[in-house]
Design a protein around this ligand. Structure first.
Ligand code: C2E
Ligand code: CA
Ligand code: CA
Length: 598
């Protein structure tokens, strides 16, 4: 790869690697310098690298400090000469006689150094010998020094190659890609970096469990071959940047063919799982455009962002989109802020939304809903941050905070003779936590409360069924008399078969089901039959998100037990809730609903 004349000077990767800490490498370099000393009968031998205007000295028996400014280094002269440099007496040589380690201890009088070349032809440093008395090097000794220098070069090359290639696919790896991107010339046209993801990770882990890592490695080797033979890669290098994740880059005008193939279906790609079984490969790809000289890490990050869009939206190919990228960044920032907020305390609080009985007009309970007053963004909806937190370890901390807060509030209301049950939203993963049920019951007991005082609302029956611990927890709590709610029923896909297998008391019909029942015959028929069916299965039915009296009246006539929504009450602060309860009249409420019916 050629460096463009105007490009910023880029420090060769090999030199960067050499100046980083590597005990094993330095141990073997010391062996090489021991060998050099022995073979040449020299008291001192060392290896140097030059980078960042410094000389780094690598050898155990060197008298020199580990780092010295490059102006003081003999080695600089060797690098400048680009070939073996011998100084038989430093005091007699004007290039040397003023240098620090001639004038000061160790007062070197003899020096010979030979450059060490990297694979790309750059000089990395030098292999040096020195003595405190003037000397000469015979032709044979010079030859020995040159041969040992070659061995050192080969060793360094091999050692760094190990870190730059993927051991299974033998392709250059992510570090290699970054390095190559960093040294791309600044040219007029755009280049596309393509990331291709070919493995379903959870399936791969299952395969590793069942068949062992060899099966996975076979698959990775197959994938490599498959991509190399079936994709129009032109002469682009294929990199392996993570497990089952590949990368390549090409100038825009040569990339279109590949993008077309990646955007089409890749169903005829198969890899072997074992001798007889083959697996169909589903590829996703992300592309970002960049120019030589752009920040390589940022370019790769954008390609990863595009790839994740493709995976999340189940698209074969996605282009980097700064809009979705910004959302992801904001989400990440939000999660960080939320973590900090949980540790600090204030900023989070609960509001309480009452539920109304359509049978007798009484308030049947309240639901606790989390609120977050973000210092910069203001009120952030739980609909935004809860789904994010659910993918992280923040969720248990949030649920603990909510439950703790809710129990304290309940105890407070009991003292004021308000005896309504309080429902709390929890995530399925909470139910799977060790001793969740025992801890909840104990926390209630500490405040003189019983399991009937609190209710749990949760989503996702399917996930519950996959978690025996969560199912056990629900059964335990239900046996103790706690009522369990299924939230958001009818939003998306609700499997009725699963429903019956989960211990539940109350089903909350999602707002999306109800919002059109007053104007759509079809909606009305669906809701009527749903309520009928759920009632026949002995569930209590609560309708959520009821915003007007007409809908409330209609739900009453359809046999729905309770409603919740802005029409009856918005989520309220604890003080407003007390005020609301005190002013509530069941009689008035029934009358309002009756008016609706007539
Ligand atoms: P959800 O449990 O289904 O709660 C009902 C949501 O609908 C609440 O939104 C509520 O403010 C809103 N809502 C109530 N009545 C109406 C109405 O008439 N019309 C409309 N359009 N909306 C209404 P909110 O408080 O923003 O909460 C959103 C979701 O966040 C909740 O949905 C729940 O899934 C989750 N969430 C809230 N608090 C917590 C919590 O403490 N823990 C957990 N795990 N999730 C929570
Ligand atoms: Ca809820
Ligand atoms: Ca809901």
């Amino acid at each position: 790869m050629q460096l463009h004349e105007e490009a910023e000077p880029v420090q060769p990767f090999a030199i960067k690697m050499l100046t980083t800490e590597d005990r094993v490498r330095d141990h073997y370099l010391a062996r090489f310098t021991d060998l050099t000393s022995q073979q040449l009968g020299m008291p001192y031998s060392y290896v140097t690298f030059i980078a960042d205007d410094k000389q780094y000295v690598k050898s155990h028996d060197s008298l020199l400090p580990a780092e010295t400014p490059v102006e003081e280094a003999f080695c600089r002269l060797t690098v400048e000469q680009g070939a073996l440099l011998i100084c038989e007496d430093t005091l007699e040589d004007s290039r040397f006689n003023h240098l620090r380690y001639v004038v000061e201890a160790p007062h070197f009088r003899f020096y010979a150094g030979i450059p060490l070349y990297g694979r790309d032809g750059t000089i990395l440093g030098s292999l040096c010998v020195a003595d405190l008395v003037p000397r000469q090097l015979t032709d044979i000794q010079q030859d020995v020094l040159a041969k040992i220098a070659q061995l050192v070069e080969a060793y360094l090359d091999a050692r760094h190659a190990v870190g730059l290639f993927d051991a299974v696919t033998l392709l250059p790896n992510r570090q290699h890609l970054i390095e190559d991107l960093n040294t791309l010339p600044r040219e007029d046209g755009r280049t596309g970096l393509v990331l291709i993801d070919c493995l379903n990770l959870s399936y791969t882990y299952q395969m590793a469990c069942a068949l062992g890592m060899v099966a996975v490695e076979n698959q990775l080797k197959d994938l490599t071959q498959l991509l190399q033979t079936q994709l129009p890669l032109q002469d682009a290098t294929l990199y392996c940047v993570a497990l089952g994740r590949f990368a390549l880059y090409l100038p825009e005008e040569r990339l279109h063919g590949l993008l077309e193939v990646l955007d089409g279906d890749a169903e005829n790609l198969h890899t072997r799982m074992s001798k007889h079984v083959r697996v169909t490969v589903q590829c996703h790809a992300g592309v970002t455009w960049f120019r030589g000289g752009d920040d390589a890490q940022e370019t790769l990050r954008r390609a990863v962002s595009a790839l994740h869009d493709a995976i999340n939206y189940r698209q074969p190919l996605c282009l980097y989109d700064s809009f979705t990228d910004q959302i992801k960044k904001d989400d990440f920032q939000l999660l960080n802020d939320l973590g900090r907020q949980l540790a600090q305390g204030p900023g989070l609080h609960l509001v309480y939304q009452p539920k109304l009985s359509l049978h007798d007009g009484t308030i049947t309970g309240v639901e606790a809903l989390l609120r977050w007053n973000h210092p910069v963004l203001g009120e952030v909806s739980p609909a935004r941050f809860i789904p994010l937190a659910e993918k992280t370890t923040l969720m248990p901390a949030i649920s603990d905070w909510v439950i703790n807060q809710a129990i304290q509030q309940l105890a407070n209301w009991r003292q004021q003779n308000i005896a309504l049950p309080l429902s709390v939203n929890i995530s399925v993963s909470d139910l799977g936590r060790a001793n969740f049920a025992d801890r909840l019951i104990a926390a209630l007991a500490r405040h003189g409360l019983s399991p009937q005082d609190i209710e749990l609302e949760c989503l996702e029956t399917e996930r519950l069924l996959e978690m025996p611990e969560a199912m056990g927890c629900l059964s335990q709590l239900r046996k103790l008399g706690m009522r369990l709610f299924l939230d958001d029923f009818g939003s998306g896909y609700s499997n009725l078969n699963y429903l019956q297998q989960v211990p539940l008391d109350v089903i909350k019909l999602d707002r999306s089901l109800l919002k059109d029942i007053t104007c759509s015959q079809v909606s009305c028929v669906i809701v009527r039959h749903l309520i009928l069916m759920l009632k026949e299965l002995s569930y209590q039915v609560v309708a959520e998100g009821v915003e007007d009296q007409t809908t409330a009246g209609m739900l009453q006539s359809l046999g729905c037990d309770e409603i919740q929504g802005f029409w009856f009450a918005r989520p309220l602060s604890p003080e407003d809730l007390i005020h609301f309860i005190c002013n509530h009249s069941a009689q008035d409420m029934l009358q309002q609903l009756d008016q609706q019916q007539s």
